[in-house]
Design a protein around this ligand. Structure first.
Ligand code: ATP
Length: 309
């Protein structure tokens, strides 16, 4: 596997306080890599070091095998979008894009067509409003467009959806999803659902340290729960099923989830339960409308990892 970004024992101290503690990670090229962590875990500090905006106290950063030197001129291989992008309010999106393009020494028809392409990609092609009057979601999408002007190989987004309403969030999520496969996306978030939806690899941080670094698939399989979900046509049948299952020696716990009108069944052996539960229901004449293994969520995994420390 080729890695576009690698860090070696990266540390950042603020006085005696260690905000980022020995982070060694490898980001596969073209992945959508999510950095997860609670408030203060060290996500933003890590991203700022990766983007050359903050000097590491120690450790190394390599982009495409080449060591990043802090203080060198801006590295156009990285595009950065802060959590709440702030731009000149009096500019219009196209003017901002021209300004940023010029900063990257781009000019002429190639810049104009790149701007057209990017504004179209982020859904702002017809927007003639001043930036000051744009919604937060539009500003976030413009932030992504301006970060792509330099044709970076890595797009870094710091909590891209944290300040957005559900519509803005969904638009930004769709946009990030559409970029997958074109370039490497590295984003931080404390929203587990967002990360679960779009990231293929996850770095979990807690108090400046890495507590997990793996693919979403692998994290979920390591954290498989011995729990099944069962639904019947009505509450009466559900209660009958619950009392039947409670008497089984291999059933550890049966919980009625009123909101979902379903049972959560915790068992000793998942494979065995997938056979005896339908058979018990069939013998009792209880038709099942749903019966499935409960998928572990990233939230459950995160809580387990954090509380285990
Ligand atoms: P959030 O989700 O709240 O943005 P985060 O995971 O991005 O949190 P950071 O902003 O990286 O966390 O902060 C990590 C720790 O470092 C926090 O305890 C923060 O107070 C501290 N910190 C960050 N910047 C500085 C600074 N310039 N001076 C001193 N401490 C700082």
């Amino acid at each position: 596997m080729s890695y576009i970004l690698e860090t070696g024992q990266l540390c950042k101290k603020f006085g005696a306080f260690t905000a980022v503690n020995n982070i060694t990670v490898k980001v596969p090229a073209l992945s959508v890599y999510g950095i997860l962590g609670a408030n203060g875990a060290g996500k933003t500090t890590t991203l700022k070091m990766l983007c050359g905006l903050s000097r590491p106290t120690s450790g190394s950063i390599r982009i495409d095998g080449e060591e990043l030197q802090f203080g060198k001129t801006h590295d156009s291989r990285l595009g950065f979008v802060p959590d709440v992008p702030q731009y000149y309010k009096w500019m219009k999106p196209r003017e901002l894009m021209l300004f940023v393009g010029n900063l990257h020494h781009k000019q002429g028809p190639s810049l104009t067509s790149r701007i057209d392409e990017l504004l179209h990609k982020v859904g702002l092609e017809g927007c003639n409003q001043k930036i000051g009057s744009l919604s937060r979601g539009m500003k976030q999408r413009l932030g992504i467009a301006q970060a792509l002007i330099s044709e970076p190989t890595i797009l870094v987004l710091d909590e891209p959806t944290s300040a957005l309403d559900p519509i803005g969030r969904s638009e930004v999520m769709d946009l990030i999803r559409s970029l997958a496969g074109e370039l490497t996306v590295l984003l931080s978030s404390h929203n587990l659902h967002d990360v679960e939806e779009i990231c293929d690899r996850i770095l979990m941080m807690d108090q400046g340290r890495v507590i997990a670094d793996d693919s979403l698939l692998s994290i979920k399989s390591q954290f498989a729960l011995n729990t099944l979900e069962l639904q019947t046509e009505d509450m009466y049948l559900l209660q009958s099923a619950a009392s039947l299952l409670s008497g089984h020696s291999e059933v550890l716990e049966v919980e009625i989830l009123e909101d979902k009108q379903s049972l959560s069944i915790s068992v000793v052996n998942l494979r065995a339960a997938q056979i005896y539960i339908p058979s018990m229901m069939s013998s009792a004449g209880i038709p099942l409308s749903l019966f499935k293994v409960t998928e572990p969520t990233l939230e459950q995994f995160f809580l387990k990892m954090v509380t285990a420390r």
